[in-house]
Design a protein around this ligand. Structure first.
Ligand code: AMP
Ligand code: GLY
Length: 423
């Protein structure tokens, strides 16, 4: 088969890495890819959001299966366009991708189908939003309805902060049209976990558990990022919580979307808050998590390609995934200053040394090749991912890799995975 992966981050590097190991994959392309991906696949210079360009490429090259990494092309309807053209694609339709594209849509879906989530209100009027904040009091959470590159959620400790957030989003237009509507919701406490399942719109195939470290500094301090590191499995997802997620969240979500006329085909990412034995949904995403995907792909034993293909065909006939009996830990190495502004173009040293280490894979995200050198060009630059028989061993392996690599200004958290040990 000829397979095209759309995207160029660490998640897509991990997907390409796993797909390329499949006996079914004769040729793997990635658009646009990155220098790490280029070692495994043919990178083509088409942007991940250039739906017309991607469709033309897939037709010209008789691509058998396209796998979409990021959310933006999904919310632009890439899956619908490929299907209309008779091409197989892994990823939800534009209508189903609203679970990520519109927080108001996903909150209403959860309310309608009794899926546990924070109490909320949706507002397209600034004054009504402010009145609701005054009525509810702080702390309170303000969310831009649409896609805001992970920056549209404000955890307000005071009413003033919440009102300021509403004004920035709705009046100043900080996130453009994504902020025409806001969701205001109850502040939840607990431990977060990421839960993933493949689905063909009816059947579900859950993946192993994972946990992300969102904040930029050790001890979960500082601003939220796209994710500074992950580990899998996540002990917070006990067998009871796992079953609860399947029964009370996953299947009702998939059934609810089908009942709404937008069956979900692809991978559904459920962000959860877990407290006192109860899992509550924070959000849905229409894609793999980044960097959850890096840890999960290192642990997955099953061939990924038949699963992607079955979902794309709407015939998910795989009943269970096999996992290596190992833990995985991914440490993100970021540009100094991220998630705010940072300097680019520094040469990354030590990649050759890390490449020789056992049980370690360095997934590229924000890297480029300049004059034969690999340099940093994004906020999150590398996902250094190690495996081990225990989380402690995986941590050791991942940080040995991190220790081999450096560039000017590099930042990484030193406590990735510790949460799993401290339980
Ligand atoms: P979201 O994009 O909705 O997942 O929000 C991003 C992050 O904000 C989540 O991963 C949580 O860390 C935090 N968050 C979102 N909603 C809430 C909430 N209702 N209570 C507390 N924290 C939240
Ligand atoms: N790591 C969280 C996300 O991909 O949204």
């Amino acid at each position: 088969m000829k397979i095209l992966v759309v995207g160029g981050g660490g998640r897509e590097h991990a997907l390409v890495w796993k797909i390329a190991q499949s006996p079914l994959a004769e040729k793997v392309y990635c658009a646009p890819g990155n220098p790490g991906i280029a070692e495994l696949a043919e990178c083509v210079a088409i942007g991940a959001e250039d739906v017309d360009g991607l469709l033309a490429f897939a037709k010209e090259n008789a691509i058998d299966l396209t796998v979409v990494g990021p959310e933006a092309p999904l919310t632009k309807g890439i899956a619908d366009r490929f299907k209309e053209a008779g091409l197989l694609i892994f990823g939800p339709s534009e209508a189903a991708a609203q679970v990520e594209g519109s927080k108001a849509f996903s909150k209403d879906l959860m309310a309608k189908y009794n899926i546990p989530t924070a109490a909320y209100g949706n507002f397209d009027d600034r004054d009504a939003a402010v009145a609701f904040i005054k009525e509810q009091g702080a702390p309170i959470v303000v969310k831009a309805d649409g896609l805001a590159a992970g920056k549209g959620v404000i955890l307000a400790q005071t009413e003033e902060e919440a009102i300021q957030a509403v004004d920035e989003i709705m009046v100043d237009g900080k996130f453009g049209d994504a902020g025409n509507r806001v969701v205001i919701e109850e502040f939840l406490y607990g431990e977060e976990a990421s839960f993933f399942a493949f689905t063909d719109g009816k059947r579900v195939l859950p993946l192993a558990s994972a946990q992300d470290h969102k904040q930029v500094w050790e001890g979960d301090k500082g601003p939220n990022t796209g994710g500074m590191g992950t580990y899998s499995p996540a002990p917070v997802v006990t067998d009871e919580i796992y079953q609860q997620i399947l029964d009370k969240v996953l299947q009702p979500t998939v059934d609810g979307l089908a009942a709404e006329g937008c069956p979900y085909c692809g991978i559904l990412f459920i962000g959860l808050m877990i407290k006192d034995g109860v899992a509550t949904v924070l959000e849905y995403n229409a894609r793999f998590g980044d960097p959850e995907c890096q840890s999960l792909m290192m642990r997955m034993k099953s061939d990924l390609v038949p699963v992607l293909l079955a979902c794309a065909k709407g015939e998910l006939d795989v009943s269970e995934l096999e996992w290596h009996d190992k833990a995985a830990v991914c440490v993100v190495m970021a540009s100094g200053g991220y998630p705010a502004s940072y300097e680019k173009g520094f040469e990354i040293l030590g990649l050759d040394k890390a490449a020789m280490m056992d049980n370690l894979t360095v997934f590229h995200a924000g890297t480029s090749e300049q004059d034969g050198k690999i340099v940093n060009t994004g906020g999150r630059v590398l996902g250094v991912t190690g495996t081990g028989t225990t989380v402690a061993e995986a941590i050791e392996t991942a940080y040995a890799g991190v220790g081999a690599i450096t560039w000017e200004g590099v930042h990484f958290r030193k406590d990735i995975g510790q949460k799993a040990l401290n339980r």
